[in-house]
Write a protein that binds this ligand. Structure first.
Ligand code: 6GU
Length: 225
């Protein structure tokens, strides 16, 4: 899988993909994540990527031309399954959306800023709009990083059997059960006896019950599959 991220703040991606699971996925060549600076496609000598809104008002709007040039340069290299604009008014992301994209070949993520992008970008250059939740971020970059993390960890081979995504919260419509590690007694705060019992069947049953209980209490609307 390949994910191309288009941004005017490429430095914002130096952290999130350089650690842990996403880094390992890259090292194993299960995913290629490429960051593209939209400003490199600006046409005027000031490398402008934003301008005043027609009709007036506060805030700047990202111009269509540098964005189209950046998108077209990538499209000339390969076909894309989806060109996604990250936007708070897009389709709400959930685990099933992450599953859907984890099986795709090539995806582009366009990050907006300021008051957003010229509407003609949304009308003509992208195939979908995605939001990561009903709150407003100052730009699409953190949303693109969240989207990428949620998708990449589901690519077959990224997680080992030990950390299989199948036991994730949400994956089977249930929240995960509580987990514990040493020490078994910390200042009198004890680990449930059953986890120390060695009875695998009973432990599995206990975990399933805790999952059901937690789901009922915290996500009453969530439907187990
Ligand atoms: Cl995709 N972008 C921005 N700017 N804010 C958001 C978002 C995206 N998703 C939730 N909030």
């Amino acid at each position: 899988m390949r994910i191309d991220i288009l941004t005017i703040f490429p430095e914002m991606f130096e952290g999130p993909f350089s650690h842990s699971i996403v880094k390992r996925a890259g090292d194993k060549e299960l995913v290629k994540i490429k960051i593209h600076d939209i400003r490199a496609h600006a046409t005027d000598k000031h490398r402008r990527v934003d301008d005043y809104p027609f009709g007036g008002g506060a805030g700047m709007v990202m111009m269509i031309e540098p964005i189209e040039r950046c998108i077209n340069a990538l499209k000339a290299e390969r076909a894309y399954d989806e060109v996604i604009y990250m936007s708070p008014d897009g389709d709400l992301m959930d685990q099933s959306m992450a599953n859907h994209y984890s099986t795709k070949g090539n995806i582009m993520l366009l990050c907006g800023h300021y008051k957003g992008v010229d509407e003609r970008v949304r009308d003509h250059l992208i195939t979908r709009e995605v939001s990561i939740g009903d709150y407003v971020l100052s730009g699409g970059e953190l949303a693109a990083a969240v989207f990428t993390d949620a998708v990449v960890r589901l690519i077959p081979g990224v997680l080992g059997d030990e950390t299989s995504a199948l036991s994730d919260s949400f994956q089977d419509g249930l929240l995960s059960p509580p987990v514990y590690t040493r020490p078994a007694d910390y200042k009198g705060w004890k680990v449930p006896d059953i986890l120390l019992s060695g009875h695998d069947r009973n432990i599995a049953e206990w975990r399933h019950e805790r999952s059901l209980e937690r789901t009922r209490e915290r996500r009453p609307g969530m439907q187990p599959e």
